[in-house]
Design a protein around this ligand. Structure first.
Ligand code: ADP
Ligand code: MG
Length: 240
């Protein structure tokens, strides 16, 4: 059998910028529009049936905010997303995701472009922010159960010499696995913890929304790559 190496592009080619972040936000807004009722059903089983509505409201508001902002760095876009989540989304998800986006935005600073490693730093800053605010650890049946393995898979793939695309794909897979792994767990944080053992056997809505965001991230990265192959790099890399 002949093996064809299809991805020989060096990682340095993968310059991410404001277009990537806007794509990720748009993808997420679409996903949370189509998955709103599913997430709400998950939350109905172990919470108060609002997670889908919360996430959909948040991304709709973020889309409206960033559409009016033409010139913005990737970090600024994420900071806008964070502030919008904090101010428009209630419940646990608003401040938790708001903090995640704000911290990611802080990590990106004011670079016009950024590379795979800086994206990894931003994801790590998000996880640390979520844990600082919510104090959840892996195994507590929360979004942390999807975010933690996704970050580990992303970092591992880069360390092994993988590309941005394979790292984003590994993160998406690990997040989905972490999401499914919440089913047998008993919730120890958030509203679901009030149910005690009755929370066992249900997939955590927040872990599910995190997995959906990693799928959206992979889509944004792949769309970027198609554009690069079609039209050449948009800008030189200035981030790491
Ligand atoms: P609420 O529970 O206030 O109604 P949402 O329904 O929007 O808020 O979000 C619920 C999700 O938030 C849960 O499924 C869980 O993943 C996440 N969550 C709740 N508490 C925490 C916490 N302390 N740390 C991390 N994630 C949490
Ligand atoms: Mg809820």
């Amino acid at each position: 059998m002949v093996h064809v190496v299809s991805d020989t592009q060096p990682t340095i080619d993968a310059a991410l910028d404001g277009t990537t972040v806007r794509r990720w936000i748009r993808e997420s807004a679409d996903v949370f529009s189509s998955q709103r009722d599913y997430l709400t059903q998950l939350d109905a089983a172990i919470g108060d049936a609002d997670h889908g509505v919360n996430m959909h409201r948040g991304f709709t508001a973020v889309m409206a905010r960033i559409t009016g902002v033409e010139e913005a760095t990737p970090g600024q876009l994420l900071r806008i997303a964070g502030r919008t989540f904090v101010s428009t989304v209630g419940g646990a998800a608003g401040p938790l995701y708001g903090t995640a986006f704000l911290q990611a935005g802080e990590a990106l600073g004011d670079h016009e472009t950024f590379g795979p490693r800086l994206l990894g730093d931003a994801l790590r800053a998000s996880l640390e922010g979520v844990q600082r605010v919510g104090a959840a650890s892996v195994g507590d049946k929360t979004m942390v159960d999807a975010l933690t393995p996704a970050l580990s898979a992303y970092e591992l793939e880069l360390r092994m010499g993988g590309s941005l695309e394979t790292a984003a794909s590994g993160a998406r897979e690990a997040a989905a696995e972490g999401m499914r792994g919440t089913i047998p767990l008993q919730a120890r944080k958030g509203r679901a913890s009030y149910l005690g053992p009755r929370s066992v056997g249900h997939q955590d809505p927040g872990a599910t929304s995190t997995a959906l965001m990693f799928a959206a991230l992979e889509q944004a990265v792949l769309a970027d790559r198609s554009q690069r192959f079609a039209g050449g790099a948009r800008r030189p890399v200035s981030g790491s």
